[in-house]
Unconditional design. Structure first.
Length: 553
């Protein structure tokens, strides 16, 4: 019987297999070592080449591995960057699957709608839509889901977590056919403030359009520098008879009376230069061929390129002008009718004053004469205003000496100043002060300044009358220590029929015409009138007139 052999344990089988395979491998390696040693001298170059290739491949593998690590890190950085941008963007991003359920919501949804991303995920966006918008939103979402690649832009009202409604503007794109996204991507932002501002703007525009269409005055805009109509409201049609379309794009000067075109052009360009708004009157041609008088005012309007035109209003004052003309004609007739008897009254009282010895009668006659003088002054003012407004002034300019014109007027008002115990200061020099004026109206304007100073100066006050000449002008100043004129009244004192708010302080009677007459004539003679006044301390009126040619200074 053969001796028994121990059985091989299953766990030892792999080891035995490897041992059997290793025998030939060892034999090969040993033989190879022998051959290598034998041919080292001959094949050394080959050996070093193999070593170099091995080292190169190792370095390349190391570099590729390093670049791979850099790419992976760059990818992670980029991924982190986009994650931060999305989470902190003013816009919110949500992803919706093909069932219409939210699968992702960025953190920026909370400041927009008040919900955390966790609260929004798993819901349908439709449940937050305003009832009035739900039908349209549902239709758009279904259409979007069934059309890969489609994009929809829209605005809806979305319920905030605080139960308020926010206007949300969104862009939704279908990426369901993209396996890397597999969702509908919605990017949205809160545009509530913009929407409300737009609504307010539209409401404001609607109001202004209503006013534009309903006001009885013409509202117009004119482009610069060509002066063509850009807009006209319906009042233009009712006043002129023209259709607006007939004049849009045409020069406004073609509507203006030929005699007013120079003034109209001047006013147009004056406004473009930034001068203060001034009212002016023009005669406008109607479709029937007649002319209507309009009172215009305008302001420049601009855009980012600067002033591009004028915007203004025009009021039809034709009837007012007709009434004014009728009134002026009546006043002119009345004044002419009053002038003769008043002159006779003054002469008669002056004759009686010379002959009377009775103090009481003398006092009465002086009172009558003073009132007659005031009435005569009023009549002269009325006649002057009538001539100015009707354009019937016939001037005959002559050279006059200011001192020669003033002296009889000062003597004439002396009785009035004496009654109030006023002191007249007249430090005139012997030098001539010559100006070119109309001798018919020059005494009137000087008398107006003197009588105003007397009327509005309390008893015991002072009045200073000065004449100053320069190389180019003569200056006539009347200064008083009277009640003064308030800053609010000063811009208006030269307007027709205007009287200051404190004019009744001294019970002084006036027509509000004197200063209007003064400035009107002085301007016609190439001069101007200046005013300086302090309320409660007095006023100074100075007439500036060009010095007459040929005069000596």
């Amino acid at each position: 019987m053969e001796p028994s052999r121990p059985a091989l344990h299953p766990h030892h089988t792999p080891s035995l297999f490897l041992a059997i395979l290793s025998v030939p491998l060892l034999l090969v390696l040993c033989y190879g070592w022998y051959i290598w040693r034998s041919n080292l001298a001959v094949d050394g170059a080959l050996l070093f080449s193999l070593l170099a290739i091995t080292i190169y491949l190792y370095e390349q593998n190391t570099q590729v591995h390093a670049e791979k690590k850099v790419c992976i890190q760059d990818y992670k950085n980029l991924e982190h960057k986009f994650a931060v941008l999305i989470e902190h963007s003013n816009d919110a991003i949500v992803l919706i699957d093909k069932e219409g359920t939210t699968t992702y919501a960025s953190a920026s949804i909370k400041p927009i709608l008040g919900y955390s991303p966790e609260e929004f995920i798993g819901t349908s966006p439709l449940q937050f839509i305003h009832p009035d918008d739900i039908d349209t939103a549902k239709k758009n979402l279904l259409s979007l889901i069934h059309h890969p690649g489609k994009t929809i832009i829209g605005t809806n009202r979305i319920k905030h977590r605080d139960e308020s409604w926010r206007w949300i503007e969104g862009v939704a794109t279908n990426f369901l056919d993209d396996p890397t996204i597999d969702a509908v991507v919605i990017n949205f932002r809160d545009v509530t403030d913009r929407h409300l501002a737009q609504a307010q703007l539209e409401e404001s525009e609607e109001k202004y359009e209503t006013i534009f269409n309903l006001v009885p005055e013409v509202i117009y805009s004119i482009s610069a520098p060509d002066g063509k109509f850009v807009t006209l409201n319906p009042a233009f049609e009712s006043i002129t008879g023209w259709k607006r379309d007939e004049w849009i794009g045409k020069p406004f000067l073609e509507l203006v009376h030929p005699d007013d075109q120079a003034s109209a052009k001047e006013q147009f360009f004056k406004g473009l230069s930034g001068d203060p708004i001034q009212r002016f009157q023009l005669r406008i041609r109607t479709k029937a061929g007649t002319y209507r008088v309009g009172e215009f005012s305008s302001v420049p309007y601009k855009n980012e390129n600067g002033i591009v035109g004028k915007l203004g209003t025009a009021r039809d004052i034709t009837k007012e002008k007709e009434l004014d003309n009728a009134k002026d004609e009546f006043l002119a007739i009345a004044a002419h009718q009053l002038r003769t008897p008043l002159s006779s009254m003054r002469w008669d009282t002056e004759l009686l004053l010379r002959d009377t010895r009775d103090d009481h009668v003398k006092t009465v006659l002086e009172r009558v004469n003073g009132r007659a003088q005031k009435m005569a002054k009023l009549v002269n003012d009325l006649l002057s205003v009538s001539a100015l407004t009707q354009g019937t002034v016939e001037e005959h300019l002559q050279i006059a000496d200011v001192k020669t014109a003033l002296e009889p007027l000062i003597e004439q008002i002396k009785s009035l100043s004496d009654q109030k115990h006023l002191t007249l200061h007249t430090p005139f020099s012997t030098q001539e002060a010559l100006v070119r004026v109309d001798p018919q109206y020059f005494p009137t304007i000087l008398e107006n300044l003197l009588s105003n100073a007397i009327n509005y100066t309390p008893d015991g006050g002072d009045i200073y009358i000065q004449i100053t000449t320069t190389s180019s002008e003569v200056q006539i100043c009347v200064q008083d220590t009277g009640i003064g004129i308030s800053p609010e009244d000063q811009p208006h004192v030269f307007e027709k029929f205007y009287r200051g708010h404190n004019a009744n302080t001294l019970s002084a009677q006036g027509s509000g015409l004197g200063l209007f007459v003064v400035r009107s004539f002085v301007k016609r003679w190439g001069g101007d009138v200046a005013l300086e006044s302090t309320l409660g301390k007095g006023s100074t009126f100075c007439i500036h007139l060009p010095i007459a040619k040929g005069s000596t200074v």
